[in-house]
Design a protein around this ligand. Sequence first.
Ligand code: CAA
Length: 389
Amino acid sequence: MEIGIDKIGMYTPNQYVDLVELAIHRKIDPDKFTIGIGQDKMAVAPLSQDTISMAANAAAQILSDADKAAIDLVILGTESGVDNSKAGALYVQRLLGISNKARVLEIKEACYGATAGLQFAKLHIAQNPKAKALVIGSDIARYGLDTSGEVTQGAGAVALLVAANPRILALDMRSAYYSSEINDFWRPLDQLIAEVDGKYSNEAYIKFFQMVFEDYQQQTGYQLSDFAAMVFHLPYTKMGLKALRKVLDQTDAAHQDSLQQHYQQSTLYSRRIGNIYTGSLYLAFLSLINNDMTLQPGMRIGLYSYGSGAVGEFFSGTLQGNYLDMLDPMHYLEMFENRTKLSIAEYEAQFKKQLTPGIEAQKLITTDLNAPYYFAGIQAKQRQYKAGA
Ligand code: CAA
């Protein structure tokens, strides 16, 4: 029995910052951002979108009533959750009308959380083949104004429906993982913005990739030439390329070119959205399958997940026969085209406001037509979520 990704949906907020404008404002050469880092735009979440509402908006795009009745596992991977105790996935379950006969939980391990959820879901479906599992990665990445990490901020969510006989990607049961406690990136409980040792985090990302990719090759006997494409967790689009380049010499020149061309297709969405932490790897996968018309069913795709702190995992899957029928690339082009560009002053004002204690107590509304769900404010210390723009 094959198990894997049956449906995939994505949501990103409807406002962004142009990174050339940000570079000029910060007195930095724009080429550093667009070429050196590999980012063009950065999504900015308004106060009315948080990890829960973004997760609900991503999942709402893909779930039928039959899916909602069949789902018996809901996992939200996030590192920018809104409660220290209660799982954000419970709100998502209620908002979307998913069956109450479900296990519902949140997983945290930096950007790796959704991959942990996907692997958990895979094993769950192996034991319960008639069930379906919903796995979501949803995050707002914040490093702070005028920091070196600022250009790698972003916001959004990716939802995966995991099932037997999947129609998009059948996952290999094997995977290779490596964990070690390090301080490359973290966010203390009293902070809304992350702490990061940028250079060290880059090194750790690459080192973990090399280790888990080698382990996976030993476990499976696959060579680099067995992978049509490799997709990566993308904190920024140059990062995955740096890792890919470390292993390219394992294959011939034609395949090297091919892997790099596929890689470019996998970065198109991240270039316009930025880092969405837990969802970033799956955003890269969605970008690849929505934009790369040279892919064929049966091709093997490698996936590298990295969560600072740190955990790395490499796994793979094969594209299924009618995977193109499960996709709607136009929807995402429209989503990008309908976004509003914020001036740097507007972005900075919003950023500062969001760090103001108590701001969430105000009554919030939304005008985002792609976002049926939104955060409406806090009453009696309880978060309020509403549907309808
Ligand atoms: N034209 C073209 N390229 C230029 C340039 C110019 N004018 N100026 C600089 N560059 C290039 C540099 O040569 C460099 O390229 P290489 O890395 O290929 O050598 C690149 O632009 C970046 O320059 P710097 O290294 O000087 O950039 P920086 O010190 O300002 O910081 C960063 C870059 C470390 C990624 C920083 O943005 C950061 O800390 N980001 C957050 C942490 C992060 O994303 N880490 C990634 C791994 S951890 C992870 O993956 C988990 C997660 O999601 C957080």
